[in-house]
Design a binder for this molecule. Structure first.
Ligand SMILES: Cc1cc2nc3c(=O)[nH]c(=O)nc-3n(C[C@H](O)[C@H](O)[C@H](O)COP(=O)(O)O)c2cc1C
Length: 364
């Protein structure tokens, strides 16, 4: 064998070895994310899979994906997967039901694109569940909000400080209007700064609670391999944080996750945003929390379709002691503010993952 053949032969062996290693390691993070977020068209016999795929692309607290779907392509139930609740951050399951509501909204939009109208109801019995009745309409309705389902993300980066035009603010308000819910948009700096003070104070209170930190840590995924293995949780790369082996990530998180560091970041993030949005529903029970989730998801999809990014800052809603002060600043009386996000303009970040649809569809 001459030298050239030896090199070529060696390269082929190296390529084969690299290929085998890649197969053993599974898909790269970008490939895994692209698989999750690709638009899947409905196949003749998988109406329920199509609906659930779209539903699972909704935002959900800590990306625990706390949902179980059952039914058929004409009647779907969504109920909580309580094994995926976050009892410290969300002791009354408010965020859990809001996450189910966000999923329901995506499902309704996907059904409309597939020629079905939806009636959404809430059954408070047996732990509470959403029931969606679907009826053939004979015509597909591709709402721009539906088109945004595969593009929406929570973007936890710095934004560009650019203001959102008032016509687009009005479009966001209109899109988020769900029966019994409204979104309040705050774009004046003094009011933003007053709310920011509550966010940072509540954030410091959460970080001082070791139970909160340990629950959060259990949903952090410090590297792509861990995120891909579980298909859930908060992958550090999505927030622009370094990816590290799990053992090192755990140590680094313990050292870097301080109230001061996080609050410094939040102050800069809010300063770079065009405004804050608060979803407020008319009641404080699971049926209204579901509505708040639907309203948020519609806000987020409308924002996405206008090129506007957003990320949650729920701290003053999660620490109950701060809720009345926030309600007073918003002028909403005794109502409970449900969800709080900042919004503005930024480049997209890496996408979060989801578990396969087959993991969340169960027999009734
Ligand atoms: C009810 C609810 C509460 C949330 N709370 C927060 C929060 O306080 N902070 C945060 O950064 N993200 C929060 N999120 C966003 C989720 O972490 C995010 O949706 C999830 O990681 C999936 O990422 P994606 O929305 O980019 O697909 C919340 C989402 C929902 C639906």
């Amino acid at each position: 064998m001459n030298r050239r053949n030896l090199i070529l032969g060696g390269s082929a062996v190296a390529l084969a070895a690299a290929g085998a290693y890649a197969v053993m390691r599974g898909p790269s993070y970008p490939d895994a994310a692209a698989g999750v977020w690709s638009r899947k068209s409905r196949q003749a016999d998988d109406g329920l899979n199509y609906l659930v795929h779209n539903a699972t692309l909704a935002a959900n607290s800590h990306n625990t994906q706390p949902w179980l779907f059952s039914g058929t392509a004409s009647q779907v139930s969504i109920r909580p997967d309580t094994s995926r609740a976050t009892p410290v951050a969300d002791p009354d399951n408010h965020h859990l039901f809001a996450s189910l509501g966000a999923a329901a909204e995506n499902l309704v939009l996907a059904a409309a694109a597939d020629g079905r109208s939806a009636e959404v109801g809430f059954d408070p019995g047996a732990g509470g569940q959403i029931r969606i009745d679907l009826t053939e309409t004979g015509g597909s309705r591709r709402d721009p909000l539906f088109e945004a389902i595969t593009e929406r993300q929570c973007t936890r980066s710095m934004y560009s400080r650019r203001d959102v035009p008032s016509a687009e603010l009005a479009m966001l308000e209109a899109a988020a209007r769900v029966e019994g819910c409204e979104v309040l948009l705050i774009t004046r700096r003094p009011q933003i700064d007053a709310i920011l003070e509550l966010i940072t104070s509540a954030n410091a209170a959460q970080i001082a609670d070791p139970h909160f930190v340990s629950e959060l840590k259990s949903w952090l995924r410090f590297n792509a391999a861990h995120a891909i293995r579980t298909g859930d949780g908060l992958y550090s790369g999505c927030s622009g944080n370094p990816t590290l082996p799990s053992w090192l990530g755990s140590i680094a998180f313990g050292m870097a996750f301080t109230a001061k560091a996080e609050n410094d970041k939040i102050i800069k993030q809010v300063g770079s945003s065009a405004g804050l949005a608060v979803i407020v529903s008319g009641g404080d029970d699971p049926a209204h929390w579901v509505r708040a989730g639907r309203s948020y998801q519609r806000f987020a999809l409308a924002a996405t379709s206008l090129g506007i990014r957003h990320a949650f800052l729920n701290q003053p809603l999660e620490v109950t002691a701060f809720r009345p002060e926030l309600a007073a600043l918003l002028g909403i009386g005794q109502k409970r503010p449900d969800l709080l996000v900042r919004f503005g303009y930024a480049e997209p970040m890496p996408r979060s993952l989801r578990r396969p649809v087959s993991d969340v569809i169960v027999n009734a």
